[in-house]
Design a protein. Structure first.
Lengths: 203, 330
């Protein structure tokens, strides 16, 4: 991944979040307090606005700045969780861009910060599924997009064990986890940007 | 939904500006942050900070001042502030004796506060955290939310710090209060987020929601609306269940934002009657909007078992924009 691709990834993600802001908040109203769309939009808007100031920074430094911006601008639980994910990617990519290692480290960081496990209907389910898929099948971006979407959709059948959704207990079954949905946007955007780059290389 | 505001995205910023416009004689805002702190920083005492999402006013900025908090952080509405904001509050409150973070039990608040603690420790600032989880509406204690009882913990830890106790002692007193305190709420109508066009849930004119939190999330049970005396009985029963039947208590009656004091005092009288019926000793009652949920209508009851030590800390001198005590000796 080049820094240009990282910038594109952020812009593409912001576009998806902006387009689905209301839907994200509506999902959050079912299981939480209804502000996930607003919070994510605020965070990615801040990132996209800062991108020009980060031109010339290394990949690792840019990822670290993205992480810090998410922590300070998104707030709530999603801010520190996604922020931790990007900080871990930054550390991992300092020496070598290895998506298998980077995503695994990011998933571990998110699990630790949120004291969560896979299968508790959170954004960790999506990060972990993508990480596992890249580890087992390599960088097949179509597969990444599919795996991410499947993991996101599965949160609907699961009982939420973490976050405010957990207060609903069994009543949370039947609702998508809003954090899993926004993380899926992140990986759909990533797959799209990286696939585009692969196609360009081939032609 | 009509709201007295200019721009929903600027509402917290404009609240902070207004707050300092009014209270700038004793409080200040740290530049570039959402942290409200005391102007007259005490040279050597344990710092006490709190914070969380906005929408719970007067919590938490209203409790900054001598005898209570040294700094409070305001996040976006119902959203935990980021770790960088908690760190700024810790730095402002530290005078070399360490800082206690009083945090309500929500994943976001706890995560951001923990990250801030790690950052503060890297700077050599000693910190401890206590997590308030007074809401008995949730069965599993690990998942219990922090609600209005948090304010009593502000008062107790604030007074202990003011009295010169160490970080470990202040923490221990805060934990003692948390252990002996339970709360529960009902909503008569839901709240509406500034950024939203509709309420967080809808209640028919003859319904109420039992066991709500302070974020407009749905409660544990929906039932036909009851009279104040019946609600007092229901909440007293649930909060007392896990507490010492023979203890002495203070009770905090908290309005959720849209409940008139007229009704809150009716409810206070009903709670007093419930406690008297159970031969429970009531030492002191507090009534008012202490920890609100935007424009929600409803009330919460907090019962805290007190001994002489806790009672003395509750009565100790305090001077904040919301809570003032003359002190034991005056």
């Amino acid at each position: 991944m080049t820094t240009e691709q990282l910038h594109e990834w952020m812009k593409e993600t912001y576009q998806l979040i902006q387009d689905n802001k209301e839907e994200l908040s509506a999902l959050d109203q079912e299981v939480g307090d209804g502000d996930h769309g607003t919070n994510m939009n605020r965070g990615f808007q801040a990132i996209v606005e800062e991108l020009p100031n980060w031109a010339g920074e290394s990949l690792a430094t840019t990822l670290q700045k993205i992480g810090m911006t998410l922590i300070s601008k998104v707030g709530g639980a999603s801010g520190p969780l996604l922020g931790t994910g990007f900080m871990r990617l930054s550390t991992s990519f300092k020496n070598e861009v290895n998506w298998g290692d980077g995503l695994e480290s990011a998933s571990e960081g998110i699990a630790k910060r949120g004291k969560a496990e896979v299968g508790e209907a959170t954004l960790l389910d999506v990060w972990s599924a993508v990480s596992k898929s890249v580890r087992e099948h390599g960088l097949d971006w179509n597969r990444v997009a599919d795996v991410s979407r499947d993991a996101m959709e599965r949160t609907k059948e699961l009982e939420a064990k973490r976050g405010r959704g957990a207060l609903l207990g069994e009543r949370s079954i039947g609702h998508l986890d809003p954090g899993a949905v926004s993380s899926d946007y992140l990986f759909q955007a990533l797959a799209r940007v990286m696939k585009g780059a692969d196609d360009e290389c081939r032609t | 939904m009509k709201k007295l505001m200019n721009d929903s995205e600027q509402i917290v910023e404009e609240f902070l500006q207004g707050f300092i416009t009014v209270h700038g004689d004793s409080l200040t805002r740290i530049n570039g942050t959402n942290v409200i702190t005391r102007i007259d920083k005490v040279a050597t005492k344990v710092g006490i900070i709190s914070g969380g999402g906005s929408g719970h006013e007067p919590a938490h900025a209203g409790y900054v001042g001598p005898g209570m908090l040294d700094a409070a952080v305001a996040g976006e509405v119902f959203t935990s502030p980021g770790a960088d904001q908690f760190l700024a509050a810790i730095q402002a409150a530290d005078s070399g004796s360490g800082v206690l973070l009083v945090i309500k039990n929500y994943n976001g608040d706890v995560m951001n506060a923990e990250m801030a603690q790690e950052m503060a420790e890297a700077e050599g600032i000693q910190t401890e955290m206590i997590i308030v989880n007074d809401d008995v509406a949730v069965d599993d204690p690990a998942k219990r939310r922090g609600i209005a009882g948090t304010v009593l913990v502000h008062k107790i830890t604030g007074a202990a710090a003011e009295a010169g106790k160490s970080l470990a002692e202040v923490k221990q007193l805060g934990e003692k209060a948390i252990q002996k305190m339970r709360s529960m709420s009902v909503a008569l109508s839901a709240c509406t987020l500034p950024s939203s066009s509709k309420p967080s849930f809808s209640l028919a004119t003859d319904e109420m929601e039992v066991g709500i939190g302070i974020h407009g999330e749905q409660g544990m049970e929906r039932r036909e609306v009851m009279r104040s005396a019946e609600i007092a009985q229901l909440l007293t029963e649930h909060t007392l269940e896990e507490l010492d039947e023979n203890g002495s208590y203070v009770a905090l009656i908290n309005g959720m934002g849209s409940t008139p004091l007229l009704e809150q005092y009716v409810f206070a009288k009903d709670v007093q009657e419930q406690l008297e019926k159970r031969k429970v000793t009531l030492k002191k009652m507090y009534v008012g909007d202490y920890m609100t949920s935007l424009d929600m209508a409803g009330v919460s009851l907090t019962l805290l078992t007190v001994d002489d030590e806790l009672l003395q800390l509750l009565h100790a001198r305090a001077k904040t924009t919301t809570w003032t005590e003359a002190g034991n000796d005056d």
